[in-house]
Design a protein around this ligand. Structure first.
Ligand SMILES: Cc1cc2nc3c(=O)[nH]c(=O)nc-3n(C[C@H](O)[C@H](O)[C@H](O)COP(=O)(O)O)c2cc1C
Length: 202
């Protein structure tokens, strides 16, 4: 059994999503002794933004650009790690109403027609089967359903939509929000999220 642990916060040891994703990994280790963990710090070592040069090389054109070649190899490694993993733990803070760009760059490498999804006569079909995912979500404001900010929530909803598009529908979101409201609010939100993680049984 393999777990892929992704972090994308730029805030290092001060990051709440990193704290929560680490706890999620620890919980999975406790529930599944012997589980192999592969970690990617997408913020420390991001893939490049997509470019014309990248797409041309990805589609088979020869390139003598070492940067592009290294980036293609990184994308291949992302894909191999994803397929080899049964469990995904994704540290995903909200940045500007959405996800951090290094996490988007990871998605841009693994969402590939013919590999992780395909188009059929009746529409798209996700090809990632039998995987479960956990999202460690953190955000300064409040965007939960029913709140005034809900219409601006493009972080969890985007990730849930993307994962479902690829076939991953067994997804648990652990959320700490309202972190910017006050120190007390942050402490309470993180404590609640940690309790939610402790309650996970699968
Ligand atoms: C670049 C940047 C953009 C942010 N944008 C938002 C935002 O749109 N909405 C929000 O509620 N919080 C926003 N925040 C606050 C973060 O969501 C909050 O600090 C959260 O704890 C970040 O997760 P992290 O601690 O894992 O980095 C932003 C923070 C940064 C650094």
């Amino acid at each position: 059994m393999q777990l892929l642990h992704l972090d994308s916060s730029v805030l290092g040891t001060a990051s709440v999503s990193r704290q929560l994703s680490a706890e999620l990994v620890a919980r999975q280790r406790a529930l599944h002794p012997g589980i192999r963990v592969v970690s990617r710090d997408l913020s420390a070592d991001p893939a490049l933004h997509l470019s014309g040069a990248h797409m041309a090389a990805f589609q088979g054109s020869a390139t003598d650009d070492a940067t592009i070649t290294a980036d293609l190899l990184k994308g291949n490694a992302y894909m191999d790690e994803l397929f080899a993993s049964d469990v995904l733990v994704i540290g995903a803070p909200m940045y500007n109403l959405s996800i951090p760009t290094p996490l988007k760059a990871w998605i841009d490498r693994i969402a590939v027609a013919g590999k992780t999804f395909r188009y059929t006569a009746t529409g798209p079909e996700g090809l990632l089967k039998n995987k479960k995912a956990f999202i460690a979500s953190s955000r300064g404001g409040v965007y939960s359903a029913g709140s005034p900010g809900a219409a601006f929530e493009h972080q969890e909803s985007y990730l849930l939509g993307l994962l479902a598009f690829l076939g991953v529908t067994d997804v648990t979101v652990v959320r700490a929000e309202g972190l910017a409201f006050s120190a007390e609010a942050k402490e309470a939100a993180v404590a609640r999220a940690l309790e939610n993680i402790a309650d996970i049984t699968v």
